[in-house]
Design a protein around this ligand. Structure first.
Ligand code: MN
Length: 170
């Protein structure tokens, strides 16, 4: 069985940058939906099977929901405002924001462990090891920011869990 992970902070902990209602729907309904779909599609599998699913499944529905589950599980962890901002990552901020702004449609933008900025469409997962990522699907920001994706991207920099991002860089 696949399990929706609990957040280590309250839904309103990222206010005013990400509002509680967006977090509640994003975590509970969107991520929750990916988990439910995965359990419906693969009733005998669990988190431990994800690697095998990514390497061998050709079912796009399975891959989309597995990707959504993995991407969001990672995303919740790198949010939460703690630790000291990393200057090496901050150097990439402008380029990261530009990439996040210009993704057409739904997708994610990431910083890899060797400090490259990459984007993935839809719920594709990055092939490289990443230290942080940002969900730029409209569901991640629309309630508060509507079409102002640039403001959401800028706000993201205030709510990063630097403790974890710095650990991911090691
Ligand atoms: Mn999302």
């Amino acid at each position: 069985m696949f399990i929706l992970p609990d957040l280590s902070y309250a839904y309103d902990a990222l206010e005013p940058f990400i509002d509680a209602q967006t977090m509640q729907i994003h975590h509970g309904k969107h991520h929750g939906g990916y988990v439910k779909n995965l359990n419906d599609l693969l009733p005998d599998k669990s988190e431990a099977d994800l690697e095998e699913i990514f390497s061998s499944s050709t079912d796009q529905k399975v891959l989309n929901n597995a990707g959504g589950h993995v991407n969001h599980s990672f995303f919740w962890k790198i949010l939460g405002s703690s630790g000291t901002p990393n200057p090496k990552i901050f150097e990439l901020k402008e380029e990261f924001n530009k990439k996040a702004l210009t993704i057409f449609g739904s997708g994610w933008v990431w910083i890899t462990q060797n400090l490259k900025i990459i984007a993935t469409p839809n719920q594709d997962t990055p092939k490289e090891k990443v230290v942080l990522g940002l969900d730029v699907w409209e569901h991640a920001y629309y309630l508060k920011y509507q079409n102002r994706r640039a403001e959401y991207i800028e706000a993201f920099w205030n709510i990063i869990n630097w403790e974890l991002v710095n650990k991911n860089l090691e």
